[in-house]
Design a protein around this ligand. Structure first.
Ligand SMILES: [Zn+2]
Length: 471
């Protein structure tokens, strides 16, 4: 048990934060687990009196396997690698969707995409607002007196669709800096803009959501990053695949330096001592591994496997850990609330998201949990995938694709061989589980008020058109 300069105060504060939650038993066990592993914020022999804050850095379109800490051979990510080496790295995190909006909807609401948004093709899907009935991550945090700030460089994560709900401050970075389109927002501007909002947060619990988009197309790494991994191109063509990967990797390297500068800003403002820094992504990016490029169009791991790193407060003593249990992006919803010490307001119905902190002290008992990924934005919008243990079942009705594909991820991590014909009974079991889960999601979704796609403001429409999303 950590000791404290003011132990009673600290214990009372911690007890208040963890026992006010509706899920008292669960959170009490988390508290015990954190205590056992020395995870509570300690400085020397004292418990930090500062409340825990969370800085969630979501790097759009960042596939896990292009980071050194996830096995990549190029030096794309020295800062993120260091966070992973010193903190908690989840090696098998998957997104809930292969593109931005459904993934962020799940992160913000704690529900799977299909339980929140109807399956629509991209033109409608990107204009579908968050349902008013579901509390967002920021709303739950603010209700518990957490200061909430968002810095978002993605035009689709728009206040007009409800994504700003619960944030005291919501800055659209591209707009604040007057930059033309995403991937061009100057990193120095991003860090300066965030830093100037950090005054006064040192002694408050705060939740910062930072959504960067540099690895998203168009790949436009600035000098001197452009070319650091070889010649690059702005084109999307299979003939220029190598140049595209070079440019994508250079964008990751640039992003890593932005993250490094951001950590510097947090330290200058005294926030690194009492803030968890979480690094993740909403989905990956394809380079014709399975016949297609970019994202939104399949359920293979180049799109679904994302990094997930929890870097503890600088003042905490923590044993670095690598956790190989498969986890989902949606799990970050309750996990961030736990780190903030905010009661979880679980929506009714099935619990989609599981808090991750218990995994620090024990492996989950029993059968492996099913993880779902859903809702591509083109072609077959009702496609879905189910991950159970080391198996992945993909179910699609799009022409030109086998309707059911089964992959043995432990032995075939690149998903080269569809083994559904050799495992018919397993395919049947997984398909039944997938269909049951989708039916439950649909029932939950239908209990929400019907929402029509919103009109987006002219600036957002222009940016989305410039990127080819809308015509
Ligand atoms: Zn995205």
């Amino acid at each position: 048990m950590p000791t404290a300069n003011s132990p009673e105060l600290s214990k009372q504060e911690l007890a208040r934060r963890y026992t006010r939650a509706p899920h008292r038993a669960t959170l009490a066990s988390i508290l015990a687990a954190l205590t056992l592993t020395g995870l509570l914020a300690c400085r020397g022999s004292s418990v930090s009196p500062s409340p825990a804050s969370v800085v969630l850095i979501l790097i759009d379109t960042l596939r896990a396997d292009h980071l050194g800490s996830y096995g990549y051979s190029r030096p794309t990510s020295p800062t993120i690698d260091r966070l992973g080496a010193e903190g908690i790295l989840f090696s098998q995190a998957r997104s809930v969707a292969p593109w931005t909006n459904p993934a962020i909807v799940a992160l913000f609401t704690g529900r799977r995409p299909t339980a929140v948004v109807p399956p629509l093709e991209h033109r409608q899907a990107i204009r579908t607002p968050l349902p008013a009935e579901l509390p967002t991550l920021a709303e739950s945090a603010r209700k518990d007196d957490v200061r909430t700030l968002a810095f978002v460089d993605h035009p689709g994560i728009s206040p007009g669709l409800g994504f700003a709900r619960g944030f005291d401050t919501f800055v659209r970075l591209f707009s604040a800096g007057g930059f033309p389109i995403w991937s061009n927002t100057d990193g120095e501007f991003v860090v300066d803009e965030i830093e100037r909002h950090l005054d006064g947060l040192r002694d408050a619990r705060s939740f910062l959501y930072v959504h960067l988009v540099y690895p998203h197309r168009p790949y436009a790494p600035p000098a001197p990053y452009d070319g650091m991994f070889g010649p690059t191109t702005r084109r999307t063509s299979q003939q220029h695949r190598e140049e595209m990967v070079n440019a994508y990797d250079a964008e990751i390297r640039y992003t890593d330096d932005v993250v490094s500068a951001l950590l510097g800003a947090l330290a200058r403002k005294g926030l690194r001592d009492n803030s968890w820094v979480v690094v993740t992504s909403d989905h990956g990016e394809g380079f014709w591994e399975h016949g297609r490029a970019e994202h939104g169009n399949s359920f293979y791991d180049e799109l679904l496997r994302v990094p997930l790193i929890l870097s503890p407060p600088a003042a905490a003593r923590i044993r670095p850990q690598r956790i190989d249990t498969p986890v989902s992006l949606v799990d970050l919803h309750p996990t961030v609330l736990d780190l903030l010490g905010v009661p979880r307001h679980q929506p009714p119905g099935e619990i989609h998201a599981l808090p991750l902190l218990p995994l620090l002290t024990s492996s989950p008992a029993g059968a492996p949990r099913d993880l779902l990924s859903q809702q591509p934005h083109g072609g077959d919008v009702t496609g879905a995938a189910l991950l159970r243990g080391g198996w992945k079942l993909i179910r699609r009705s799009e022409r030109g694709h086998p309707p059911l594909q089964l992959y043995d991820l432990a032995n075939d991590p690149r998903e080269r061989e569809n083994v559904s014909a050799e495992q018919p009974e397993l395919v049947r079991r997984l398909e039944r589980a997938l269909l049951r889960a989708l039916a439950r999601d649909e029932a939950e979704r239908k209990s929400l008020a019907r929402r029509e796609p919103e009109d987006l403001d002219d600036e957002i429409l222009e940016r989305l058109r410039a990127l080819g999303y809308l015509r």
